[in-house]
Design a protein around this ligand. Structure first.
Ligand SMILES: [Mg+2]
Length: 211
């Protein structure tokens, strides 16, 4: 009788230990899941992907390069953004990022712009003669706004991004209005670097991308 009781007690001890251990494991897994979610939010991995295009002339050319440098760092590292260029000029990727005399003629180019463009193999670079990074025939569309909207749409589809997460910064209000006709749900931002309210600054960008 005593032996049976001892055996039963030992059995019960291991059964309870096993049940408790199982519970611990469950709690551990749950905690690590919560931890991972927090980690992802902290790292910005769960933010929706955005595509942010900048015009060049009078948008980047007369902005403070250091300020644009900080903007690009913020957008790429803290807001999960892909950086792009849409210029109506005849510039190529070489003109912006690989000219030997870039420093002489292109002192507006912020240090990390080309690094950000290179990350996507320059597929977000658009101009009058380059579309999605590929050299092309000069476009026939006379309306730069419509063309810029079409180039935004191409990038939006290529990267499978929601239209509302596609942005264009440009100094030309007419261009922005016409681009909006093609991408009615995207975000359009006027830039005037001579006006403290609408110049390109990190603070302004932080306000736009504050979520
Ligand atoms: Mg311009």
């Amino acid at each position: 009788m005593l032996v049976a009781l001892i055996i039963l007690s030992i059995g019960l001890y291991f059964l309870i230990k096993k049940l408790l251990h199982k519970n611990d494991k469950f709690v551990d897994e749950k905690l690590s899941l919560i931890h991972n979610e927090e980690h992802e939010i902290e790292e910005g991995l769960v933010r929706p992907l955005s595509l942010v295009y900048f015009d060049i002339d009078d948008t980047l050319t007369n902005a403070d390069p250091e300020e644009v440098n900080m903007i690009i760092n913020f957008l790429t590292e803290e807001r999960n953004c892909i950086i792009g260029i849409i210029t109506a000029s005849r510039r190529t990727i070489n003109h912006v990022c690989f000219e030997e005399e870039t420093n002489k003629y292109f002192d507006w180019v912020p240090k990390n712009l080309c690094v950000a463009l290179n990350k996507n193999k320059f597929k977000t670079f658009n101009s009058h003669i380059v579309e999605a990074g590929e050299t092309t025939e000069p476009y026939l569309e006379w309306d730069f706004g419509i063309k810029k909207g079409q180039q935004m749409k191409k990038g939006q589809k290529q990267y499978n991004i929601k239209p509302e997460h596609v942005h264009l910064f440009d100094d030309n209000i007419r261009v922005l209005k016409h681009a909006r006709q093609v991408m009615p749900h995207s975000k359009f931002h006027i830039v005037d670097n001579n006006n403290f309210r609408s110049k390109l600054t990190l603070n302004r960008i932080k306000n736009i991308f504050k979520e």
